[in-house]
Design a protein around this ligand. Sequence first.
Ligand SMILES: Cc1cc2nc3c(=O)[nH]c(=O)nc-3n(C[C@H](O)[C@H](O)[C@H](O)COP(=O)(O)OP(=O)(O)OC[C@H]3O[C@@H](n4cnc5c(N)ncnc54)[C@H](O)[C@@H]3O)c2cc1C
Length: 486
Amino acid sequence: MLRIIRSLATRASPRLQDVVIIGGGPAGLTLLSALKTSPKLRHLRCTLVEGFSLEPVRNFQVDPPEQYTNRIVSLTPKSIEFMQKIGNWDYIHEDRIRDYNGIIAYDSQDATSRIEFDIGVTGKDTLATMCEVINIQSSLLTKLQELSDESTEPGFEILDNTKVVEIVSPPEAAPDLSNHDLNQPDPTLGNNKLDWPIVKLSNGEMIQSRLLIGADGYNSPVRTFAQIESRGWQYNRFGVVACIKLQYEDFRSIGWQRFLTTGPLAILPLTEDNATIVWSSTPELSSLLLQVNESIFPHLVTAAMVLEEVDLNYIYQMLQRDPNDSNAVQEIEWRLSKFKPSELDENYPLPAVKLIPNTRAKFPLKMSHADSYTAPRVALVGDAAHTIHPLAGQGLNMGQSDVAALVQALEKGVDRGMDLGSTLVLEEYTANAWPANHVLLGVCDKLHKVFSTDFYPLVVARGLGMKGLNMFDEVKGFMMNMVSGR
Ligand SMILES: Cc1cc2nc3c(=O)[nH]c(=O)nc-3n(C[C@H](O)[C@H](O)[C@H](O)COP(=O)(O)OP(=O)(O)OC[C@H]3O[C@@H](n4cnc5c(N)ncnc54)[C@H](O)[C@@H]3O)c2cc1C
């Protein structure tokens, strides 16, 4: 069994580790697995600290729920290749993932403005794969369990249900003494002479780490400790997620995204007749979407993919007065009946017929980017380093790329016999990962801004842009490569 330490031990002086990872989300667990499967880094002594219990994640491997959970992401082939290399992909519940081969994106202000992406443009098999976040985390924990079972000295521990309460610099840091070998401790070397950060945990323990990793999400305590500035803004929008049943299984295997002025609504395929939605919306609309009666909700999703915004606003107002008003369903059906069935079949996603209970949730949307991913003895990965609008489904994928780039930089450091917490080793990570992330963050931010407006000249310009883009395979290929992480 994984040695999960929940001891309440209180230590006078911190124990030493090579790497401490804060955060057991997808980025933190991927990094621990990548370190422990790298031939050059697996000797490092690592601790991962997670504030919440990972028990539900462990249970998912042996006893997954029948219905889908609601945190579902679109994984790029690049992220999947990386996880295949680590080996956790072998433990993914494959019956709960779904590849898709294209996206149809269209504008609520002009139904004829469409871009149809399909993999024909890229020459690849799959554009992306829908997968629950807990499926990814669970496969990583299982891989780590396998590594632990194979070795008498796996050299890592996972402390879940344990919060980092404080991170401090040692009082008498002496950077020139930091190169000593952990395996051969120098008795004359007091820990307080190291410049390694000290992490204080809610279980009373203290750990002093050669390299401290912040995989601790948007409010990263590690980023705050390292005084790395993060810049960005709130979108004043929420991403409402939910799992739905479609009228029947859609064998087209495509994702649909409609740009409404309140924000884009995406329907992405899951196995059989299941699908997941991400509906970026204003604070008022997102509250309504969570309140609306469960049986009305799927009709609202179908309406929002097809009807004019003026009609949608009328229906929203009805439901704002009474979220259980079933007359709203009749209003929607009457309006949809004006479309020819063949037009609906060909140009729109299948109707939603059921909301999977307890899958509605909303998340505030924001854009943020840390000025750097590293400081002396510190590195940030995943949402601790950046958060992005979900319209292109890139957040978790960017975290996977961060991990790949950080591991590469650390392996190079080992090859050169360098101290892994040193700026010289870590700076290469920022240099390799930051610029590409910055471009992606910028593109998604602009897309959000251009599409969430009904300012007429911009509506006309984007309509022309979408029609034009749709005719150029090379431009579409470039955008598809961005979406598929190639
Ligand atoms: C609506 C929506 C849709 C999305 N869709 C997609 C998509 O399709 N594709 C995609 O790639 N991405 C998507 N994302 C983004 C993706 O979900 C995130 O980028 C990803 O989950 C972040 O993972 P992470 O491990 O970096 O951070 P997190 O998942 O936030 O993990 C951070 C962990 O650190 C722990 N932690 C924090 N502080 C402490 C502390 N003091 N002590 C101990 N532990 C601590 C937390 O408990 C948490 O478990 C979407 C996001 C949203 C909101």
